[in-house]
Design a binder for this molecule. Structure first.
Ligand code: SPV
Ligand code: MG
Length: 550
């Protein structure tokens, strides 16, 4: 129990570092195994398979980069790969550091940089820079013993935690057991944490003889690539500490990649290989995509999806023969149906869920990216009735659009930013219609006119009145036929349509009537001004303009 005034010391158990875990593996009386990896993915697979540690092979890292095991990849390029491997895993990594990329000073810098990347140990070999793979050629020259011992000391003095494994190449170079032992003894005395004794014979005789002579002066590491047929039990018996399976993931990948490439090339099809290769889902799992999805939920600002309902049930009789076989929303505007252009603009604004209310010649409205609902009474009913056919689609954040309009994307983007639950886009210029005085347009009056001063836009603008019969001095613009609803706005609109159905006004009402009713009921409707840059298609004159709309 803690007495008043006494400090309570909390002891937090910390997992041992990777370097400490590698040291424990090297020192343990049990035989341990390191498996080769050459990049982040293969390192992950090694850990997934249950290995205690990873051998970051120089041969396979180079080969995976498409270069030779002759220090052709620079040490910082190797370091980059190692960083990916360390990030992808949690088990210790022993790096093949070749000859240390230079003299003692290069080894110091290498060790410092490896430790910064949480690499547990480095193996350096007593050959000369640039090195060559041990299985190539004969009689490769060895480093001077004292020079190599200086590298070991420099590495240990830089970071005592990180294991230095000294690799003896005397057997590889044909010098024999005595030279190998002499070198191993010197490297041990210089502070090496373990000796890697390497051989390229097909049998393990010289390795077993070395181990028997060595006793357990310090841990021994071996790489039985060439004497692979030797039973692992033989290594256990002579007290080997760590076995490295040095290159088999890369070799397996080469075989698999060659085979799959060949089969696909011959078949000119993926059928022969699908099912025998990892699924895309496995790739996602290996790279932990689920974690990213979860993080996105936690950290990304959430933007609620927006859907759209487009009213396109009417024929557009004013277009005469052009709408004999299709509704006006499907009339060609420079190579594309008008509706496809409209849907593309909605898509560009991030709206993917688009419902189109069809009526006249409904079968011709067949775009693949839309959902449709039908107003089969299109002949005897109007826009409000069409909208009511999509009642269950008016939900959440929702855009309502006429089906015969085209507009520049910014108009909708600005409207979507409106904070009001109900908001409409208004053209402050209105349309110049010389010679068309009788034309019906959706006129609106607002809480203030468009001023041209963008700072004014920061203050909300509200709809005051709308209709086709406003007095000129009341009019501030024309409704474009685009409205935006918040989730609450959608609820309000649905309720209004239900009320209109109940009082019998729905069948003949226009969309303008619906918004006029909402306004009259005291709901505030926000306004976003635009200046032209849109059009609707009511007649052949409009169509000509639409065909000139870029
Ligand atoms: C490596 O894997 O790069 C090695 C082991 O150094 S060996 O290829 O056997 O030399
Ligand atoms: Mg190597």
């Amino acid at each position: 129990m803690t007495m008043p005034g006494e400090e309570q010391v909390e002891i937090v158990a910390q997992a041992p570092s990777r370097a400490a875990r590698l040291r424990a593996l090297l020192r343990s009386a049990e035989l341990s195994f390191l498996m080769e990896a050459h990049n982040g993915l293969s390192a992950k697979i090694v850990e997934e398979a249950g290995f205690e540690g990873i051998w970051a092979s120089g041969l396979t890292t180079s080969a995976a980069l498409g270069v030779r095991d002759s220090n052709e990849a620079s040490w910082t390029q190797v370091l980059e790969v190692l960083e990916f491997m360390a990030d992808a895993t949690s088990i210790p990594i022993l790096v093949d550091g070749d000859t240390g990329y230079g003299n003692f000073n290069n080894v110091r810098r290498l060790v410092r940089k490896l430790a910064q990347r949480r690499i547990a140990g480095v193996c350096i070999e007593d050959k000369l820079f640039p090195k060559t793979n041990s299985f190539l050629g004969e009689g490769q020259p060895l480093a001077a013993i004292d020079e190599f011992c200086g590298k070991i000391k420099a590495g240990k003095d830089t970071d005592a935690e990180l294991s230095i494994v000294a690799r003896v190449e005397a057997l590889i170079s044909g010098w024999g057991l005595d030279e190998a032992l002499r070198r191993a003894e010197a490297y041990h005395a210089a502070g090496a944490d373990a000796i890697l004794i390497h051989s390229k014979r097909k049998v393990a005789d010289e390795i077993l003889a070395f181990a028997a002579e060595w006793g357990n002066r310090c841990p021994l590491v071996i790489v039985p690539t060439m004497y692979y047929a030797t039973p692992t039990e033989a290594f256990r018996r002579v007290g080997i500490s760590v076995v490295i399976w040095a290159n088999h993931n890369l070799r397996a990948a080469i075989t698999a990649m060659r085979e799959v490439s060949r089969r696909i090339r011959v078949a000119e099809s993926l059928v022969p290989v699908e099912g025998s290769v990892a699924s895309v889902r496995e790739v996602f799992d290996l790279t932990a995509n689920a974690e990213l999805e979860e993080a996105e939920r936690r950290y990304l600002p959430t933007s609620e999806p927006v859907r759209a309902v487009v009213i396109a049930a009417s024929r557009g009789a004013a277009l005469g023969p052009l709408t004999a076989d299709r509704p006006k929303c499907m009339i060609d505007v420079r190579g594309q149906p008008l509706l496809r252009r409209l849907v593309a603009t909605l898509n560009d604004c991030g709206i993917r869920d688009v419902t189109v209310v069809r009526g006249y010649k409904k079968e011709t409205i067949n775009l693949s990216s839309i959902t449709t609902v039908d107003n089969d009474a299109y002949d005897t009913s109007g826009e409000a009735a069409s909208l009511a056919c999509a009642l269950d689609r008016i939900e959440g954040n929702c855009v309502i659009s006429y089906g015969d309009i085209l507009f520049r994307r910014y108009i909708l983007e600005t409207l979507l930013e409106a904070e009001a639950d109900l908001a409409i886009a208004v053209d402050a210029l209105g349309r110049q219609r010389p010679g068309e005085p009788g034309r019906v347009t959706d006129l609106v009056g607002c809480s203030r006119p468009y001023t041209g001063n963008y700072l004014d836009e920061e203050a909300p603008i509200w709809l005051r009145c709308l209709g086709n019969d406003l007095r000129p001095e009341e009019v501030h613009g024309e409704w474009i036929g685009l409205a935006k609803l918040s989730p609450r706005g959608s609820t309000l609109l649905r309720a209004e349509l239900e009320a209109m159905r109940a009082d019998g006004s729905l069948p003949t009402a226009t969309l303008l009537d619906v918004f006029a009713r909402l306004l009259a009921s005291g709901h505030r409707i926000g306004v976003r001004y635009a200046l032209g840059n849109w059009l609707d298609v009511d007649d052949a004159f409009d169509l000509a303009r639409a065909r000139n709309f870029p």
